[in-house]
Design a protein around this ligand. Structure first.
Ligand code: NAD
Ligand code: TDX
Length: 344
């Protein structure tokens, strides 16, 4: 792979993927195309100073901008750009339909027009809905679609468009579905960075409902290594589930992090449950393990320890993300009583 076009590379997972490619593939050039929404952040690329990386500020829904940025002889599009937060999709689905659905179709059209060799769609376990509240069932590649939030529905729609481009036009496509990522540079609207940002400042930690919902956690670098493996070795037209065999209840995650930080559990506030809150996600990653030989490198303990250290060392990054717009979002979502304080 000599030339990659990455969308959403100034977000959490996309920026980690770019770091990985720069480290592992020194002769590959990357065009990083990102609209820098509230979740995209140039700070996420701060340490990247490489002639291999070219940043283009653009919207994936803007066909002309995509066509002009997408060079001939591009080996692959790796498509991360998305509206990615479930709670925001419940408040309003418009941006989710626009970016996640229409934007994906623009990229598929552009891939065909420019004869791009591969297209990797970064999807999510949430397209398969919720598993029963016991430990017996796991998602597999043949689990049916059952998206429950507007976010999940928009990601499912995007997957259908990717599949259609493969079936109808013979585009070489791959779809990856991963569970909940954690790691450095994750926007503090998601559970783990929100928990870390708040706990480090002795602020309350909102836990939805009874806190017994289960999520399958993976360190972002393991997710990115899996994507690279799929990009290089995946079979065209296939779907690959990515998971580290690490399902945990939310409350256990929160208590674990508080314990690591030496903070009291009295910071926890049980708040109103998320509407349509999926109860349990758990991924069976046998296909990617057996077919492509991928295995996660981090354990929950090692991944969490590195993540905690990063947030402890990068308080400025946290403060910059907790801007005025963030505080407004936070008050709308959690009420003014729990709103984070401005930096001193
Ligand atoms: P993120 O919200 O941190 O980043 C999204 C990036 O996309 C941002 O940089 C943003 O500026 C960019 N973007 C948004 N709309 C755009 C548009 N119209 N044009 C161009 N760029 C745009 O998201 P993330 O957590 O890094 O997730 C990346 C991808 O991985 C998403 O597709 C998401 O659905 C998927 N995913 C995420 C997780 C997770 O746990 N975070 C798990 C599985 C799958
Ligand atoms: O304040 C909170 N309190 C709380 O209890 C937040 C933000 C979340 N939660 C719960 C809801 C979920 O059960 O924690 C769990 C994780 O929530 P999120 O971090 O919002 O992630 P989730 O909704 O599970 O979706 C994530 O994983 C799949 C990503 O945001 C998606 O982009 C990805 O596709």
């Amino acid at each position: 792979m000599k030339k990659l076009f990455v969308t959403g590379g100034a977000g959490f997972i996309g920026s980690a993927f770019i770091r990985l490619v720069l480290e592992k593939m020194p002769s590959t050039s990357i065009t990083n195309f990102d609209a820098l929404t509230y979740a995209g952040n140039r700070d996420n690329l701060e340490d990247i100073d490489s002639a291999q990386h070219r940043f283009i500020h653009g919207d994936i829904c803007d066909r002309a901008a995509v066509m002009s940025a997408l060079e001939k002889n591009t080996d692959a599009i790796v498509h991360f750009a998305a509206e990615s937060h479930v709670d925001r999709s419940i408040a309003s689905a418009d941006a989710f339909l626009r970016t996640n659905v229409l934007g994906t179709q623009v990229l598929l059209d552009a891939a065909r027009a420019r004869h791009v060799k591969r297209f990797v769609q970064i999807s999510t376990d949430e397209v398969m809905g919720s598993l029963p509240d016991d430990d017996a069932e796991y998602f597999t590649e043949s689990s049916p679609f059952a998206p429950n939030s507007p976010y999940a529905a928009s990601k499912a729609a995007a997957e259908h468009l990717v599949r259609a481009a493969h079936q109808t036009f013979g585009l070489d496509t791959l779809i990856t579905r991963c569970g909940n990522n954690y790691g450095p540079r994750q926007f503090p609207e998601k559970l783990i960075p929100l928990l870390l940002a708040n706990a480090l400042r002795n602020e309350s930690i909102p836990v939805y409902g009874d806190g017994l919902n289960v999520r399958d956690w993976i360190h972002v670098d393991d997710h990115c290594r899996a994507i690279l493996t799929v990009l290089e070795k995946g079979r065209a037209g296939n779907v690959y589930l990515i998971g580290a065999r690490n399902p945990r209840r939310n409350l256990d995650v929160v208590l674990d992090v508080l314990h690591q930080l030496g903070k009291p559990s009295s910071l926890i506030r049980h708040v109103k449950d998320r509407s349509g809150h999926d109860r349990r996600y758990a991924i069976d990653p046998t296909k990617i393990e057996r077919e492509l030989g991928w295995q996660p490198a981090e354990t929950w303990q090692s991944g969490l320890a590195k993540t905690i250290l990063w947030y402890q060392k990068n308080s400025q990054w946290i403060e910059r993300t907790r801007s005025g717009a963030y505080r407004e979002y936070y008050s709308d979502q959690y009420g003014t009583e729990l709103a984070p304080k401005a930096a001193a």
